[in-house]
Write a protein that binds this ligand. Structure first.
Ligand code: GLN
Length: 196
């Protein structure tokens, strides 16, 4: 059975765990470096990226997660999780994990409207996928090997860079599991390749 970790420092952890389990995988809540052992995939949930960074430092998780990434563990970042993955953050000198070849901008969908829902068409995933945006970032620029999977108002909101999948919104807050299923398929394919 595939083991998918969910970084459990802050944010919508339980909702991700529920989707992972309903899709037939084992979900591991990750609170310290030892929980990263033997994971096939790792989900970085939404929350507040600056707070999450403080907690990553406090629990000494930043380098171990980077090491897991270097070791080939697939990672899926949603909202603040996307910010954690990015190589560059607009207005900041240094990134957090800095593993995904994208530039992200925080809080990019306006101050008046803190949150909204939209229906997305996602390449390789499907149509009419509900997406909840909460003070969401967007991908302002992407490297040439980044596959752009969805846009909202001309802005990139879902993309894949090899082993990394990142989205601006919160798929875990809906009853539509297709994006998590897509991530789990990525993990499964990768695990099959390693097994042969
Ligand atoms: N605005 C948050 C940040 O910049 C992200 C919001 C979220 O994860 N829902 O970290």
């Amino acid at each position: 059975m595939l083991k998918i970790g969910v970084l459990a420092l802050q944010g919508a952890v339980r909702e991700h765990i529920r989707q992972i389990e309903e899709l037939g995988c084992r979900a591991i809540s990750v609170k310290s470096a030892k929980d990263l052992k033997e994971l096939n995939g790792l989900v970085l949930p939404g929350g507040e990226s600056t707070t999450m960074r403080k907690l990553l430092d406090r629990y000494e998780l930043l380098e171990p997660i980077r090491a897991s990434a270097a070791g080939g563990v697939l990672m899926f970042g949603t909202c603040a999780g996307l910010i954690l993955l990015a190589k560059e953050i607009v207005g900041y000198d240094t990134p957090h994990l800095g593993v995904m070849d994208i530039v992200v901008e925080r809080n990019s969908f306006g101050r008046q409207v803190d949150s909204f829902e939209a229906e997305m068409r996602i390449s390789g995933v499907g149509e009419d996928i509900p997406a909840v945006f909460i003070r969401a970032p967007h991908i302002a620029a992407a490297g040439e090997n980044v596959e752009i999977l969805a846009k909202h108002e001309e802005r990139i909101v879902l993309a894949r860079y090899g082993q990394f999948l990142g989205c601006s919104f919160h798929p875990e807050l809906t009853e539509d599991f297709r994006i998590m299923k897509y991530f789990i398929e990525m993990v499964r394919e990768n695990t099959n390749v390693l097994a042969h």
